[in-house]
Design a protein around this ligand. Structure first.
Ligand SMILES: [Zn+2]
Length: 310
Protein backbone atom coordinates (compact mmCIF):
# COMPACT_ATOMS: atom_id res chain seq x y z
CA UNK A 1 0.00 0.00 0.00
CA UNK A 2 1.34 3.45 -0.86
CA UNK A 3 1.67 5.74 2.15
CA UNK A 4 1.08 9.40 1.34
CA UNK A 5 4.06 11.57 2.40
CA UNK A 6 3.34 14.10 5.15
CA UNK A 7 5.37 16.92 6.73
CA UNK A 8 5.25 17.67 10.45
CA UNK A 9 6.09 21.40 10.81
CA UNK A 10 6.48 21.42 14.60
CA UNK A 11 8.13 18.67 16.67
CA UNK A 12 10.56 18.11 19.54
CA UNK A 13 11.60 14.63 18.43
CA UNK A 14 14.79 14.74 20.52
CA UNK A 15 12.58 14.16 23.57
CA UNK A 16 11.34 10.80 22.14
CA UNK A 17 12.95 7.44 21.43
CA UNK A 18 13.90 5.69 18.20
CA UNK A 19 10.73 3.62 18.23
CA UNK A 20 8.67 6.81 17.92
CA UNK A 21 10.74 8.00 14.96
CA UNK A 22 10.15 4.62 13.31
CA UNK A 23 6.42 4.94 13.93
CA UNK A 24 6.43 8.50 12.61
CA UNK A 25 8.15 7.44 9.38
CA UNK A 26 5.92 4.37 8.96
CA UNK A 27 2.85 6.60 9.31
CA UNK A 28 4.02 8.58 6.28
CA UNK A 29 5.93 11.57 7.72
CA UNK A 30 8.88 12.21 5.38
CA UNK A 31 10.10 15.55 6.82
CA UNK A 32 9.89 17.17 10.25
CA UNK A 33 10.79 20.52 11.76
CA UNK A 34 12.67 19.97 15.03
CA UNK A 35 12.18 23.02 17.29
CA UNK A 36 14.51 23.92 20.15
CA UNK A 37 13.04 23.64 23.64
CA UNK A 38 14.28 22.73 27.11
CA UNK A 39 11.82 21.58 29.79
CA UNK A 40 13.84 23.47 32.43
CA UNK A 41 15.00 27.06 32.79
CA UNK A 42 18.62 27.24 31.60
CA UNK A 43 21.05 28.36 34.27
CA UNK A 44 23.36 29.81 31.61
CA UNK A 45 23.70 30.23 27.84
CA UNK A 46 25.77 27.03 27.70
CA UNK A 47 22.66 24.90 28.30
CA UNK A 48 21.04 26.23 25.13
CA UNK A 49 24.28 26.20 23.15
CA UNK A 50 24.68 22.50 23.98
CA UNK A 51 21.04 21.90 23.02
CA UNK A 52 21.65 23.56 19.65
CA UNK A 53 24.68 21.34 19.08
CA UNK A 54 22.59 18.29 20.00
CA UNK A 55 19.86 19.20 17.48
CA UNK A 56 22.32 20.13 14.73
CA UNK A 57 24.33 16.92 15.03
CA UNK A 58 22.89 13.92 16.88
CA UNK A 59 19.22 14.65 16.23
CA UNK A 60 19.78 15.62 12.61
CA UNK A 61 21.62 12.34 12.01
CA UNK A 62 18.98 10.34 13.89
CA UNK A 63 16.18 11.66 11.66
CA UNK A 64 18.22 10.98 8.54
CA UNK A 65 18.81 7.43 9.77
CA UNK A 66 15.04 7.04 9.99
CA UNK A 67 14.61 8.47 6.46
CA UNK A 68 12.97 11.66 7.74
CA UNK A 69 14.23 14.93 6.23
CA UNK A 70 15.28 17.09 9.24
CA UNK A 71 14.63 20.84 9.33
CA UNK A 72 16.29 22.30 12.42
CA UNK A 73 14.66 25.35 14.07
CA UNK A 74 16.69 27.16 16.73
CA UNK A 75 15.64 29.88 19.13
CA UNK A 76 14.73 30.68 22.73
CA UNK A 77 11.37 29.29 23.82
CA UNK A 78 9.57 31.58 26.31
CA UNK A 79 9.65 28.83 28.96
CA UNK A 80 13.45 28.48 28.73
CA UNK A 81 14.87 31.99 28.71
CA UNK A 82 18.41 32.10 30.15
CA UNK A 83 19.66 34.91 32.43
CA UNK A 84 19.30 38.22 30.58
CA UNK A 85 23.06 38.65 30.04
CA UNK A 86 23.14 35.23 28.32
CA UNK A 87 20.51 35.98 25.65
CA UNK A 88 22.83 37.62 23.12
CA UNK A 89 25.44 34.80 23.13
CA UNK A 90 22.62 32.36 22.37
CA UNK A 91 21.34 34.51 19.49
CA UNK A 92 24.92 34.87 18.21
CA UNK A 93 25.11 31.07 17.99
CA UNK A 94 21.78 30.92 16.14
CA UNK A 95 23.09 33.50 13.68
CA UNK A 96 26.33 31.55 13.22
CA UNK A 97 24.48 28.33 12.42
CA UNK A 98 22.14 30.17 10.05
CA UNK A 99 25.17 31.59 8.23
CA UNK A 100 26.40 28.03 7.79
CA UNK A 101 22.98 27.10 6.37
CA UNK A 102 22.36 24.63 9.16
CA UNK A 103 19.11 26.21 10.37
CA UNK A 104 15.77 26.17 8.53
CA UNK A 105 13.74 28.40 10.86
CA UNK A 106 13.82 30.43 14.09
CA UNK A 107 11.84 28.54 16.73
CA UNK A 108 10.19 27.81 18.85
CA UNK A 109 9.70 31.36 20.10
CA UNK A 110 6.75 33.28 21.52
CA UNK A 111 5.07 34.43 24.72
CA UNK A 112 3.98 32.29 27.66
CA UNK A 113 3.12 34.65 30.54
CA UNK A 114 3.60 37.85 28.55
CA UNK A 115 6.29 39.21 30.92
CA UNK A 116 8.52 42.06 29.82
CA UNK A 117 11.48 39.66 29.70
CA UNK A 118 9.58 37.35 27.32
CA UNK A 119 8.53 40.28 25.14
CA UNK A 120 12.10 41.56 24.89
CA UNK A 121 13.46 38.14 23.88
CA UNK A 122 10.66 37.55 21.37
CA UNK A 123 11.13 40.97 19.76
CA UNK A 124 14.86 40.39 19.43
CA UNK A 125 14.26 37.04 17.71
CA UNK A 126 11.58 38.41 15.37
CA UNK A 127 14.07 41.11 14.34
CA UNK A 128 16.69 38.41 13.73
CA UNK A 129 14.24 36.43 11.58
CA UNK A 130 13.42 39.58 9.58
CA UNK A 131 17.08 40.45 9.14
CA UNK A 132 17.98 36.92 7.99
CA UNK A 133 14.72 36.43 6.06
CA UNK A 134 13.98 33.21 7.90
CA UNK A 135 10.66 31.72 8.92
CA UNK A 136 9.76 32.22 12.62
CA UNK A 137 7.71 29.54 14.41
CA UNK A 138 5.75 31.40 17.08
CA UNK A 139 4.13 29.54 19.96
CA UNK A 140 0.87 30.56 21.61
CA UNK A 141 0.32 29.22 25.16
CA UNK A 142 -2.56 27.16 26.53
CA UNK A 143 -3.50 29.86 29.07
CA UNK A 144 -4.69 33.31 27.98
CA UNK A 145 -4.03 32.38 24.36
CA UNK A 146 -6.03 35.23 22.85
CA UNK A 147 -4.33 37.91 24.98
CA UNK A 148 -0.86 36.51 24.28
CA UNK A 149 -1.66 36.38 20.57
CA UNK A 150 -2.68 40.06 20.57
CA UNK A 151 0.59 40.99 22.32
CA UNK A 152 2.52 38.82 19.86
CA UNK A 153 0.91 40.57 16.89
CA UNK A 154 2.00 43.95 18.31
CA UNK A 155 5.59 42.70 18.56
CA UNK A 156 5.44 41.32 15.01
CA UNK A 157 4.39 44.80 13.84
CA UNK A 158 7.23 46.39 15.79
CA UNK A 159 9.76 43.97 14.31
CA UNK A 160 8.52 44.73 10.80
CA UNK A 161 8.63 41.09 9.69
CA UNK A 162 6.43 39.94 6.80
CA UNK A 163 3.43 37.82 7.78
CA UNK A 164 4.52 35.22 5.20
CA UNK A 165 7.58 34.61 7.41
CA UNK A 166 5.55 33.78 10.51
CA UNK A 167 3.82 30.58 11.66
CA UNK A 168 1.42 31.42 14.48
CA UNK A 169 1.18 28.05 16.15
CA UNK A 170 -1.13 26.06 18.43
CA UNK A 171 -4.11 28.19 17.34
CA UNK A 172 -7.75 27.36 17.96
CA UNK A 173 -10.30 27.34 15.10
CA UNK A 174 -11.78 30.52 16.61
CA UNK A 175 -8.42 32.31 16.45
CA UNK A 176 -7.90 31.16 12.85
CA UNK A 177 -11.25 32.78 11.99
CA UNK A 178 -10.17 35.97 13.79
CA UNK A 179 -6.85 36.05 11.93
CA UNK A 180 -8.64 35.46 8.60
CA UNK A 181 -10.55 38.68 9.12
CA UNK A 182 -7.40 40.50 10.31
CA UNK A 183 -6.28 40.92 6.70
CA UNK A 184 -2.67 39.77 7.16
CA UNK A 185 -1.61 36.48 5.65
CA UNK A 186 0.12 34.53 8.42
CA UNK A 187 0.75 30.80 8.32
CA UNK A 188 -1.55 29.33 10.96
CA UNK A 189 -0.70 26.14 12.84
CA UNK A 190 -3.15 23.68 14.38
CA UNK A 191 -1.66 21.17 16.80
CA UNK A 192 -3.43 17.81 17.04
CA UNK A 193 -2.98 16.74 20.62
CA UNK A 194 -5.03 16.08 23.70
CA UNK A 195 -6.23 19.46 25.01
CA UNK A 196 -5.37 21.23 21.76
CA UNK A 197 -7.13 20.55 18.42
CA UNK A 198 -9.01 17.44 17.24
CA UNK A 199 -9.36 16.37 13.57
CA UNK A 200 -13.13 16.81 13.82
CA UNK A 201 -12.60 20.50 14.67
CA UNK A 202 -10.23 20.85 11.71
CA UNK A 203 -12.83 19.29 9.38
CA UNK A 204 -15.46 21.73 10.65
CA UNK A 205 -13.03 24.63 10.21
CA UNK A 206 -12.27 23.60 6.62
CA UNK A 207 -15.96 23.39 5.86
CA UNK A 208 -16.83 26.77 7.36
CA UNK A 209 -13.77 28.48 5.88
CA UNK A 210 -14.02 26.79 2.49
CA UNK A 211 -10.23 26.60 2.23
CA UNK A 212 -7.04 25.33 3.85
CA UNK A 213 -5.16 28.45 2.71
CA UNK A 214 -2.16 29.05 5.06
CA UNK A 215 -3.24 26.25 7.45
CA UNK A 216 -0.74 23.72 8.84
CA UNK A 217 -1.15 20.66 11.06
CA UNK A 218 1.54 19.51 13.48
CA UNK A 219 2.07 17.01 16.31
CA UNK A 220 4.26 19.19 18.62
CA UNK A 221 5.51 15.79 19.76
CA UNK A 222 7.56 16.10 22.97
CA UNK A 223 8.01 14.50 26.41
CA UNK A 224 4.39 15.53 27.16
CA UNK A 225 1.44 13.34 26.04
CA UNK A 226 1.58 13.64 22.25
CA UNK A 227 1.51 11.40 19.18
CA UNK A 228 4.43 11.27 16.73
CA UNK A 229 1.96 10.03 14.09
CA UNK A 230 -0.57 12.85 14.68
CA UNK A 231 -0.16 14.45 11.23
CA UNK A 232 -0.69 11.18 9.35
CA UNK A 233 -3.46 10.13 11.70
CA UNK A 234 -5.21 13.48 11.17
CA UNK A 235 -5.00 12.98 7.41
CA UNK A 236 -6.63 9.56 7.74
CA UNK A 237 -9.34 10.88 10.03
CA UNK A 238 -10.12 13.83 7.73
CA UNK A 239 -10.47 11.46 4.80
CA UNK A 240 -12.86 9.32 6.84
CA UNK A 241 -14.82 12.51 7.59
CA UNK A 242 -15.20 13.13 3.86
CA UNK A 243 -12.57 15.81 3.23
CA UNK A 244 -11.16 15.63 -0.30
CA UNK A 245 -7.72 13.93 -0.38
CA UNK A 246 -6.23 16.77 -2.45
CA UNK A 247 -7.26 19.25 0.24
CA UNK A 248 -5.74 16.97 2.89
CA UNK A 249 -2.47 16.79 0.93
CA UNK A 250 -2.22 20.58 0.90
CA UNK A 251 -3.01 20.78 4.61
CA UNK A 252 -0.56 18.09 5.70
CA UNK A 253 2.21 18.44 3.13
CA UNK A 254 2.23 21.18 0.47
CA UNK A 255 1.44 24.14 2.77
CA UNK A 256 4.39 23.20 5.00
CA UNK A 257 6.64 22.85 1.94
CA UNK A 258 5.62 26.33 0.84
CA UNK A 259 6.08 27.87 4.31
CA UNK A 260 9.52 26.29 4.64
CA UNK A 261 10.40 27.01 1.00
CA UNK A 262 11.18 23.35 0.43
CA UNK A 263 11.33 22.13 -3.13
CA UNK A 264 9.87 18.81 -4.15
CA UNK A 265 13.44 17.75 -4.87
CA UNK A 266 14.31 18.16 -1.18
CA UNK A 267 11.94 15.29 -0.42
CA UNK A 268 13.37 11.86 -1.33
CA UNK A 269 12.20 10.94 -4.82
CA UNK A 270 10.38 7.84 -3.68
CA UNK A 271 8.44 10.02 -1.25
CA UNK A 272 7.20 12.43 -3.90
CA UNK A 273 3.42 12.66 -3.74
CA UNK A 274 1.45 11.58 -6.78
CA UNK A 275 0.57 14.44 -9.10
CA UNK A 276 -3.09 15.16 -9.47
CA UNK A 277 -4.57 16.25 -12.75
CA UNK A 278 -6.81 19.04 -11.50
CA UNK A 279 -7.88 20.78 -8.29
CA UNK A 280 -10.94 19.33 -6.63
CA UNK A 281 -14.28 20.96 -7.19
CA UNK A 282 -15.32 20.53 -3.60
CA UNK A 283 -13.67 20.60 -0.21
CA UNK A 284 -15.89 17.84 1.11
CA UNK A 285 -15.90 15.01 -1.36
CA UNK A 286 -18.90 13.09 -0.07
CA UNK A 287 -21.10 16.05 0.59
CA UNK A 288 -20.29 17.55 -2.80
CA UNK A 289 -20.02 20.99 -1.24
CA UNK A 290 -18.46 23.50 -3.61
CA UNK A 291 -15.29 25.23 -2.46
CA UNK A 292 -16.73 28.40 -1.01
CA UNK A 293 -15.35 31.89 -1.16
CA UNK A 294 -12.76 32.94 1.41
CA UNK A 295 -14.00 34.26 4.72
CA UNK A 296 -15.03 37.90 4.79
CA UNK A 297 -11.96 40.09 4.91
CA UNK A 298 -9.59 37.42 3.64
CA UNK A 299 -6.94 38.55 1.18
CA UNK A 300 -7.35 37.79 -2.52
CA UNK A 301 -5.51 34.64 -3.47
CA UNK A 302 -2.24 34.75 -5.35
CA UNK A 303 -0.90 31.94 -7.54
CA UNK A 304 1.13 29.43 -5.55
CA UNK A 305 4.42 28.02 -6.83
CA UNK A 306 3.22 24.64 -5.60
CA UNK A 307 0.03 24.58 -7.61
CA UNK A 308 -3.57 25.49 -6.96
CA UNK A 309 -4.34 26.80 -3.51
CA UNK A 310 -7.16 24.90 -1.86
ZN1 LIG B 1 6.55 22.98 20.67
Amino acid sequence: MTVQPRIDPHTHTFLRGDEDLSAMRSSGVCAAVVCAFLPVTPSASSSLLDLFTWLDTVERERLVKHDIEPIIALGIHPRCIPPVEDVEPVLDRVRELIDRKRVGAIGEIGLETGSNAEKGVLLRQLELARELQLLAIVHTPRANKSDRLSETLELIDRAGIASSKIILDHLTPELVAALDSDGRDFWMGLTVQSGKTRPEEIAALIQSRGSVHRLLVSSDVSHQPSDPCAVAWTAQRLEALGVDPTVIDRLTSFNAMEALQMTRRSIPRTREPPRRAAPPRSIHRRRGRRASRPAAGARPRRPSPLGPRL
